[in-house]
Design a protein around this ligand. Structure first.
Ligand code: MN
Length: 153
């Protein structure tokens, strides 16, 4: 059998041979975000038990506010922004590496005058993200009003 090792070529943070997908097909709570699954989804990549994705958030956009059991490794590879990471808001800079621990509420914001792109590594098989169903539940997730002000649902 042919060795499935390969290189997926990039052109300036696009991958012409891959599909650029909408962030999610349904639901609200996010704005101006696209994604590529770089590795770990296709049938010739079953050697991987993780997926490596690239997300890009347009200026002023944000990802879903969510939590889940699986952790994230995130590396900022374009621009900068900020994020809700559990009980705090953090500025995130180019090439910063973020660990989002299991169960941690998180949301990425491209809120510093430019788009923000990041690599995100997750388990190939993982639990579905949970999102707060209303403002009342958000209050339980993020008790600190200063942090909660940052949240978009
Ligand atoms: Mn997540």
């Amino acid at each position: 059998m042919k060795n499935p090792s390969k290189i997926i070529r990039s052109d300036n943070l696009t991958w012409p041979d891959l599909e650029r997908k909408e962030y999610k097909t349904a639901g609200a709570g996010f704005r101006d975000i696209s994604r590529y699954v770089l590795l770990g989804e296709r049938e010739d990549e079953t050697g991987l038990n993780m997926q490596t994705r690239y997300f890009e958030i347009g200026e002023g956009g944000y990802s879903s506010l969510e939590r889940h059991r699986h952790p994230h490794t995130v590396v900022i590879v374009k621009g900068r922004g900020s994020m809700i990471l559990g009980e705090r808001v953090e500025q995130i800079e180019l090439m910063d590496a973020v660990y989002v621990a299991p169960g941690t509420v998180h949301q990425f914001h491209a809120d510093r005058g430019e788009p923000m792109g990041f690599l995100c590594v997750v388990d190939r098989y993982r639990d579905r993200p949970e999102i707060p169903k209303d403002a009342e539940e958000l209050l339980e997730w993020i008790p600190d009003p200063e942090v909660r002000k940052k949240a978009r649902i």
